[in-house]
Design a binder for this molecule. Structure first.
Ligand code: FAD
Length: 445
């Protein structure tokens, strides 16, 4: 029997869900609400247009509005859902009546944490998200001489690099001791800081934001270490789940602020599913709830939520979090967690680390690749990894997440086979070297 599914949110999770509903049964009716003017664009590409690596915002659009009409997905653009009425199974739309549903998917995403300082209402504060706004800001960037990035979060790292590539004098202000200090290890981020230095970025770590100064428009950023004159502040504070609708409807919310869902992405209310940055998902090893994962997680969760809401059956399991991003002239990445998080959570580990190379040492373009592996003492099962290097980080992060998931040990990784072909891979795979070094250290100890 066909269902009518309403989806609130047109980001990665909402669009994944819409596809999932139709995949479950093409006869299902799907209505998607979004506050924005567009869906099916990649927000992930915005920093690279600002940095001029991508020449046009149009390249970030992945499908036309007409393609959704043809696929039978009814998208209501620039339409805000104001309330969810669980008892009557309707969403109440701001100013435009109601929409009934048989099943509901909440995919309301994230907000940047409020910097919580005076001056937050000045012009010249940029929160990177909506592509139409990004197009306007891109024109303004041509006139910006000095910018301050507020917090070296993952997006802050991308935006710092992008603004520096664009030739803007860029400062980054962060209360932590190094970039992405809540998740990344200092030795992974040290080369990134060096390369920012080469790009002319000024870093202000262990420094808190105090006030955005200006009269109508931003003039300077006041910090605990002094004032920075600036035309623009890019606010890259951490992501917080946008769960206003869910909380008002009485859905169960977890300790991170993300909606609690089961493996079917079902919430605490019958017929109501959720996906993406508004949810929290358990880490595969620690079972600790994680909120604000990535766009690829959001899309995959949306697919599962949509399939189940539409009458199908699919599970979304705990996550092992492969991640990666360009940062300065390097690429950083990893899987599960590194030393910083393991230490913060009190998780014991043994370490194997190596500095390897990405291609044969004589092949043009060869780049360094540093790999750190964390294993459980005793069993030597891999529990996490972090890397910094010039290429091949993404593929290693994806592989290492699977290695954590399936319990590969230092012994497995030290003896794994690898591709050797001068232009694409070195004789000695850096992961193998790191695992071998880990075993040697233990023997030495
Ligand atoms: C600049 C930038 C760079 C990124 N880079 C990467 C990257 O490199 N790799 C990666 O994997 N991910 C990246 N991401 C993805 C990001 O970090 C999130 O994980 C992802 O956007 C989450 O998708 P979502 O659908 O859950 O939420 P969102 O993208 O936040 O979408 C939320 C949707 O809900 C709608 N909405 C909210 N409330 C209402 C309401 N009341 N009524 C109607 N509509 C509503 C909004 O209009 C929006 O369509 C990036 C994001 C940004 C902004």
């Amino acid at each position: 029997m066909a269902h009518k599914i309403v989806i609130v949110g047109g980001g990665a999770a909402g669009i994944g869900a819409a596809g999932g509903v139709k995949a479950a049964d093409p006869a299902n009716e799907v209505v998607v609400f979004t506050e924005f003017e567009d869906v099916a664009y990649s927000p992930c590409g915005i920093p690279y247009v600002h940095g001029k690596e991508i020449d046009d915002f149009q390249r970030l659009f992945l499908a036309t509005k007409d393609a959704y009409v043809k696929a039978g997905i009814d998208i209501r653009y620039e339409t805000r859902v104001g309330r969810v009425d669980l008892a009557r199974k309707v969403v109440v739309i701001d100013g435009h009546g109601e929409e009934p549903w048989d099943g509901l998917v909440l995919a309301t995403g994230f907000d940047y944490a409020d910097p919580g300082v005076p001056g937050g209402d000045l012009d010249g504060l940029y929160y990177v998200k909506n592509i139409r706004e990004a197009m306007q800001w891109d024109k303004i960037l041509d006139t910006v001489k000095v910018a301050v990035v507020i917090e070296a979060s993952p997006l802050g790292v991308e935006m710092t690099t992008a603004l520096a590539h664009r030739g803007i004098a860029t400062h980054v202000v962060d209360p932590g001791p190094w970039p992405m200090s809540q998740v990344a290890d200092p030795d992974i981020m040290a080369p990134v800081e060096e390369s920012w230095d080469e790009l002319g970025v000024t870093t202000h770590f262990n420094t808190t934001l105090q006030v955005f100064l200006g009269e109508g428009h931003l003039r300077a950023v006041q910090t605990s270490a002094g004032e920075i004159a600036a035309d623009l502040a890019v606010v890259c504070t951490h992501k917080e789940p946008n769960n206003r609708l869910a909380a008002a409807a009485g859905l169960k919310i977890g300790s991170t602020g993300g909606l609690i869902v089961n493996e079917r992405m079902a919430t605490s209310a019958p017929g109501v599913f959720a996906a993406g940055d508004c949810t929290e998902i358990p880490h595969g090893l620690t079972r600790v709830g994680l909120q604000g994962l990535t766009g690829s997680h959001a899309y995959a969760q949306g697919k599962v939520a949509g399939i189940n809401a539409g009458g199908g059956s699919r599970a979304y399991r705990a996550v092992y979090v492969p991640w990666g991003t360009p940062a300065g002239k390097w690429i950083i990445g990893g899987a599960s967690f590194g030393e910083t998080t393991a230490t913060a959570l009190g998780i014991p580990y043994v370490l194997g680390a190596a500095q390897g190379i990405s291609r044969a040492r004589y092949y043009p373009g060869v780049k360094p690749v540093m790999v750190k592996l964390l294993a459980e003492p005793g069993t030597l099962r891999l529990i996490g990894a972090q890397m910094v290097g010039g290429e091949g980080i993404k593929e290693r992060a994806d592989f290492l997440a699977m290695a954590v998931k399936f319990g590969f040990t230092f012994h497995d990784l030290a003896t794994m086979e690898n591709v050797y072909s001068p232009a694409i891979g070195a004789l000695n795979e850096p992961i193998v070297l790191a695992a071998q070094n880990g075993l040697d250290r233990l023997r030495g100890a």
